[in-house]
Design a protein around this ligand. Structure first.
Ligand code: HEM
Length: 420
């Protein structure tokens, strides 16, 4: 039987007019396809998905910096106008564009107050609190010498943290995971009709849950992000409406969880696949920060995100018409040999990770980047201190990824280790 890697390479050997990102072999192992696109068709119209793909670092950066031409007004594209399946169609609040789906100057209107709520100081002060949760999760499986790392560690860690920060009970974590899965399903690019109906209904449940929390925090504010957000004043002196706040909370919950979960799982998989790199970091704990950056550069959880063109334009000499959906492939840009030496090598010690696009760039640069980096740094440090001889439970049986064109995450990761 051919391995997933072979299948990924085979998919990249197809003629260009048959290549697509909506292909399970490419989703599993996309990097050979990205390489071919960078070399042969850096501005490529995907024949199945219908969007244009930018795969080179330089071109992705150019589009990210030109928010006038490459607009983030993509909510309709993501959720699907033709086959409407949105919360409001199932009795929920109307969708309001905030943050990730609005362009400047309106973007600043929302980002300003939220930057204050998500301050560097708030994240810096979280170090020992994050360490405590990391230790508690490891305590739950350390004596067994084995774990299913995704469900036992990387899913709960960011969920617990965001629940605490938002000021909602940890006991509702299973519910938050479903809410976050609903958004992931909506943007997966390959969800079928039933899955999209499920996701729209879940997003109504999400709205009802958090509309109640918003009312409670308005009446009795506490020390948490939701209380700060309901009191925040926008530039016009007004407070945000419930639909606006729900849109922001949805992004915090969904954008923050899945991505951090996937980065943590990928980090451990990469360390198991590169024992020399694991040893290097064990011997030099000061390199933990570089490990985090290299995991994000090498195989980031957000493979790409979309923009829509506001006028006819061109990139690298290829015309792109007005109204085209353009996929900025961050994960391909991060492997561009014009930007990184030995780009396909997982090399924690490399000096050129800075500038990777795993968190985007410019206007929409990830709001939670500081928090995600802190969670990854603390988790990797404590895992390497407490777990020795970490390896895959089934050697040679590579874990597989969730089917999703936009986000990349492992389904499961079975590890064995010795307790330190
Ligand atoms: C390793 C973890 C993470 C990765 C790789 C990641 C990646 C990204 C990327 C690529 C963008 C840019 C979107 C664009 O270009 O349109 C983004 C935006 C965003 N992220 Fe993250 N993210 C992570 C964690 C988080 C966390 C922990 C939170 C919050 C708790 C968060 C909240 C957001 C929000 C709200 C935006 C929209 C910002 C805006 O449009 O102004 N992310 N993220």
């Amino acid at each position: 039987m051919q391995s997933a890697e072979e299948a990924g390479r085979k998919a990249a050997e197809k003629p260009l007019d048959q290549m697509t990102l909506v292909d399970l072999d490419v989703i599993e192992c996309p990097y050979a396809t990205y390489e071919k696109l960078r070399e042969q068709a850096p501005v490529f119209k995907d024949p199945v998905a219908g969007f244009y793909i930018l795969s080179r670092y330089e071109d992705v950066v150019k589009a990210l910096k030109d928010t006038r031409t490459f607009s983030s007004s993509i909510a309709e594209v993501l959720i699907g106008e033709a086959d409407r399946m949105r919360a409001e169609d199932f009795g929920g609040y109307p969708n309001v564009d905030t943050l990730i789906t609005v362009d400047p100057p309106k973007h600043k209107f929302y980002r300003g107050p939220i930057n204050k709520v998500f301050s560097a100081q708030r994240v810096d002060e979280m170090e020992s609190y994050i360490a405590e949760i990391v230790n508690e999760l490891i305590d739950s499986f350390i004596d067994t010498g084995q774990c299913e790392f995704v469900s036992q560690f990387t899913v709960p860690l960011p969920l617990i943290i965001i629940a605490d920060q938002l000021g909602v009970p940890r006991d509702d974590m299973a519910l938050f995971k479903e809410f976050s899965d609903a958004l992931t399903t909506q943007i997966s690019g390959i969800a079928n009709r039933d899955q999209r109906i499920w996701a729209a209904k879940k997003s109504v449940e999400f709205q009802k849950y958090f509309a109640k929390v918003l009312d409670e925090k308005r009446a009795n504010p506490t020390d948490d992000i939701i209380s700060d957000l309901v009191r925040a004043r926008m530039d016009d002196g007004e407070q945000m409406s419930t639909p606006e706040l729900l849109s922001i909370l949805n992004q915090l919950l969904a954008a923050g969880n899945e991505t951090t979960t996937n980065s943590l799982s990928k980090g451990l998989l990469l360390l198991c696949q590169h024992p020399d790199q694991m040893q290097l970091v064990r011997d030099n704990p000061a390199m933990i920060g570089k490990l985090t950056e290299e995991v994000l550069r090498f195989d980031g959880p957000v493979q790409g995100l979309m923009r829509v063109t506001t006028c006819d334009t061109e990139i690298a000499g290829t015309p792109i018409p007005q109204g085209a959906v353009v996929m900025l492939r961050y994960a391909s840009a991060n492997r561009d040999a014009c930007q990184y030496q030995n780009a396909d090598r997982f090399d924690v010690a490399r000096g050129d990770q800075a500038g990777h696009l795993a968190f985007g760039l410019g206007t929409h640069f990830c709001l939670g980047a500081m928090l995600a980096r802190k969670e990854m740094n603390v988790a990797f440090r404590i895992i390497l201190e407490r777990m020795k001889n970490i390896r895959l439970a089934a050697e040679g049986n590579a874990p597989t990824h969730e089917p999703n064109v936009v986000l990349r995450g492992l389904k499961e990761l079975h590890l064995v280790f010795d307790k330190a």
